[in-house]
Write a protein that binds this ligand. Structure first.
Ligand code: ADP
Ligand code: MG
Length: 420
């Protein structure tokens, strides 16, 4: 079967209930149905899952989906099962299954019932599974969060490096790589490591026209500056990211004392408190979450009106992900970062305790953050350029939505203490 014989719009409606594809989904799906190696780069929330779920559902054989997080896999499997009358349509294969469960999974795959098989990369290295998968028809292998293969990505997983070797043992099956990390370096690593430089690449724009980017020099008045800023957004939702747990606690308290409803969120709080604070934010019992980067994965609150970086992040990818949580509904999203060179030095010191290879990458990524903070050029243009995208402020959407474009200025350096 190829893409010409399948009415993918009909299938979209039938399985997912949507009447239209989002962004590049249609092209990607056609590419997969044509058995091409395919590389998909779309921002978070862009709709990457559907790109492999739909072709898996409408084709013969089982699609293998490699994903790094067990919790994520479980959610997806539950979601797929709810679209179909058959439980066996999607399965997870991992070390938590009992012998009986594994037998059932194998039976469903062999009978052709299972269209999507989610596996963690480490499970896929198991001889027993590989031997089994060699005996059944595989429609394609999808590698979600493909940036995990690159040391330049934000979430390097060494097990991802074995994938190419294992996939080869399955015969000639098309590979689909998907990621939200858009830097050219990571992309190159993915294509090389998966041995698919021939892949057709589909890259969505990373521009978020409704987000306003601003960088302010960090001074000792930062707390009153933040309070003043938040009071402009009375009753609206926002997130403040801090580097340390201690800072998170301190800022949350300062806000509370100043009449702003805020809760802290970091990995040092017990799971119950974390869940409670997250729910309070989602249910709007509280306006502001002050958090470390532990907060945000999978948080989909559409009306977050501002994201403040009390401290600069360690890379522009992190910055993009974190600011990306503002304005999901298309409405206003103010992204404010406070910058001081002292913070850069703190991050550098932190890096210097790491293995050399990691250090070098860490420093290089951090330098890009410094360049972003110190630039007098459009922040949006800078960010998008970092992601390999040329942006024209005259014609591009959101071209005037950053501080440097609104108030062009003579280059402002971070405040370095010059000792005479
Ligand atoms: P990503 O993996 O790129 O971050 P997801 O696959 O999780 O994104 O999808 C994000 C959201 O978009 C989901 O809620 C999904 O249901 C929705 N979505 C995907 N495709 C469509 C579509 N064609 N129309 C409407 N919503 C869609
Ligand atoms: Mg995804």
């Amino acid at each position: 079967m190829n893409s010409n014989e399948i009415d993918i719009h009909k299938e979209l409606k039938k399985y997912f209930g949507f009447s239209q594809f989002k962004g590049l989904q249609e092209q990607v799906i056609k590419s997969i149905l044509n058995k091409e190696n395919t590389f998909v780069i779309m921002p978070t929330g862009g709709g990457k899952s559907l790109c492999y779920q739909l072709p898996a559902l409408v084709q013969e054989g089982t699609a293998i989906v490699v994903s790094p997080l067990i919790a994520l896999m479980k959610n997806q499997v539950d979601a797929i099962r709810s679209l179909s009358s058959e439980n066996g349509v999607a399965h997870v294969l991992n070390s938590s299954l009992t012998k009986t469960e594994i037998t059932q999974v194998k039976k469903d795959i062999t009978s052709g019932l299972t269209k999507l098989l989610y596996v963690a990369p480490e499970s896929l290295t198991k001889e027993e599974y590989v031997t089994f998968l060699q005996t059944v028809p595989i429609s394609f292998v999808a590698i979600d969060e493909a940036h995990c293969i690159s040391e330049w990505g934000h979430d390097f997983r060494p097990e991802y490096r074995n994938l190419k070797h294992i996939i080869k043992q399955l015969g000639s099956v098309p590979i689909i790589g998907l990621t939200a990390t858009a830097t050219p370096k990571v992309q190159e690593d993915i294509l090389k490591n998966l041995d698919m430089v021939d892949a057709t690449t589909y890259k969505a724009s990373f521009n978020r026209p409704n987000l306003y980017y601003e960088v302010r020099t960090k001074t000792k008045n930062i707390e009153s500056d933040i309070i003043r800023f938040i009071k402009l957004y009375k009753g609206k939702s926002g997130i403040i990211y801090c580097l340390s747990r201690k800072k998170v606690e301190a800022i949350a308290e300062v806000l509370q004392v100043n009449g702003i409803s805020a809760v802290p969120y970091h990995a040092g709080l017990d799971a119950k408190t974390r869940a409670k604070h997250q729910d309070m934010f989602l249910m709007e019992d509280v306006d502001v979450v002050v958090a470390t980067i532990a907060f945000g994965m999978g948080i989909d609150k559409p009306d977050v009106r501002f994201v403040i970086h009390h401290d600069i992040p360690k890379s522009l990818e992190s910055y993009y992900q974190e600011t990306g949580r503002a304005g999901r509904d298309g409405g206003e999203g103010h992204c404010m970062a406070y910058y001081s060179y002292k913070d850069v030095e703190k991050l550098e010191k932190f890096l210097s305790g790491k293995p050399v290879a990691e250090q070098e990458i860490g420093f290089a990524l951090l330098q890009e953050v410094v360049a972003y903070a110190e630039t007098s050029m459009s922040r949006r243009k800078f960010l998008l350029h970092y992601f390999g995208e040329e942006f024209d402020n005259e014609t591009g959407e959101g071209g005037d939505m950053d501080d440097n474009v609104r108030n062009p200025k003579v280059k402002v350096e971070a405040q370095k203490q010059v000792v005479k």
